[in-house]
Design a protein around this ligand. Structure first.
Ligand code: ADP
Ligand code: MG
Length: 399
């Protein structure tokens, strides 16, 4: 059960307990760093509780002389929040449980470069120098989710699970396999599959993970290869998106011997820096112009805005316009659940980017879709027939 307040580490709004929402938005504010402190940068965010974040527009040492901008979210994590708090209080466990049950789930970190996206998902880079086994307080959400996932699977002895993992990067609309980096690796194609009823990446490595260590090895290998793929380009990591996916197939034997198969998954998405979309967000810019900056991030914003607008949500949602949105379409569109962790800096010098991120997060919060379990169509028919048979039996019994 959730506690109402995390003390100095954050707060939850009343709606945080509403577990039916298909997109939840939480905010994480990182601490001021040494550089910012040294140059006299001020703390411009105020956290009064109840899931609120106030932006102090004066920036005068915390004194408010004019009305602050007020934003409200499901959960707000303050700079003191621990890595553990993100797993415990942002609804991640519910998403992981749903992925086990056959839903498509996505957790993505959004925010400007340096706001703490990678820290939140992965933790500091040195963590994996000694191998992934050394547990530390600073391990990120991915590591913690893996541990939780395997614990949950062990509790379900009526089902058999097969887990596979993949790890890819999208840079400049090119998909690179982070588990298969070679000297002449060609970008992979995103295709649509009738059988999978969705988009998929052709020839992407999918590693079977029988144990926790296998999943951790995938994470470690991907992180190592990401550093290789970046060719020491400064802006590479801030302009690329990474998606680590865990596919969970479960087989459940029903009483009448018919197996029930479910295919759930969870995507962990470390997005490109949101400052890249600044130029394209202004009026009159077209998607074509965004091409060279960061098309995927731009289109994700358009999709989220359309999904959250009741008048538009039944109309055309442009998932097909970018690689990222194609690959996340099933989670965003209604087959699944999404958690957005919007990362912000508290520094006065970052105030306009912080407001951009808070606004983006507010728009995303209005998306409401109905999640469905991904099941084989044949099994759906079988299940409905079984239901009918048992209804008939019941009726017969009453005759
Ligand atoms: P991003 O991935 O959004 O560009 P990073 O996660 O790399 O940002 O964070 C930038 C720097 O700030 C890193 O040195 C990181 O360790 C530090 N940092 C980010 N968030 C936190 C936090 N919550 N607590 C402590 N340090 C943090
Ligand atoms: Mg990063």
């Amino acid at each position: 059960t959730m506690t109402r307040s995390l003390g100095s580490r954050g707060s939850l709004c009343d709606e945080a307990a509403d577990e039916c929402d298909n997109i939840n938005v939480v905010i994480r504010c990182r601490p001021l760093n040494d550089k910012e402190r040294q140059r006299g940068d001020e703390n411009n965010l105020i956290f009064p509780g109840e899931g609120q974040a106030w932006v102090n527009m004066d920036g005068m040492n915390g004194q408010l002389t004019q009305k602050p901008k007020v934003f409200t979210y499901n959960v707000v994590f303050e700079p003191e929040a621990l890595q553990e708090d993100i797993l415990e209080h942002s609804g991640v466990k519910r998403l992981l449980d749903m992925a086990i049950d056959g839903f498509s789930c996505t957790i993505f970190c959004y925010g400007q470069t340096g706001s703490g996206k990678t820290h939140t998902l992965t933790g500091p880079p040195h963590l994996f120098d000694k191998g992934p086994d050394m547990f530390s307080e600073s391990h990120g959400l991915i590591f913690r989710s893996f541990v939780y996932l395997f614990n949950q699977l062990q509790n379900r002895d009526d089902q058999e699970f097969t887990l596979t993992a993949s790890y890819l990067e999208i840079y400049n609309e090119k998909v690179i396999d982070l588990l298969n980096i070679g000297t002449n690796t060609k970008p992979l194609q995103v295709r649509w599959s009738k059988k999978k009823r969705g988009f998929f990446v052709e020839n992407l490595f999918e590693i079977e993970c029988a144990e926790l260590d296998d999943l951790l090895a995938v994470l470690e290998e991907g992180l190592r290869n990401r550093a290789v793929a970046s060719h020491n380009m400064n802006e590479y990591s801030s302009r690329s998106h990474t998606i680590l996916t865990v596919n969970i197939t479960s087989e459940q034997k029903a009483d009448d011997g018919v197996n029930l198969t479910r295919n759930g998954k969870i995507n962990f998405v470390d997005l490109a820096g949101s400052e890249m979309t600044k130029k394209t967000n202004s009026e009159g810019k077209t998607l074509e112009e965004a091409n060279n900056i960061n098309k995927s991030l731009m289109v994700l914003g358009t999709c989220i805005a359309a999904l959250s607008d009741n008048r538009k949500r039944d109309g055309h949602i442009p998932y097909r316009d970018s690689k990222l949105t194609k690959l996340l379409a099933d989670s965003l569109a209604g087959n699944g659940v999404t958690l957005m962790i919007a990362c912000v800096s508290p520094a006065k010098s970052n105030i306009s980017e912080t407001i951009n991120t808070l606004r983006y997060a507010t728009r995303a919060k209005r998306i409401r879709t109905k999640p469905i379990i991904v099941m084989d169509p044949k099994e759906k028919v079988i299940m409905s027939l079984q239901r009918e048979v048992s209804l008939l039996r019941e009726e017969n019994a009453h005759l």
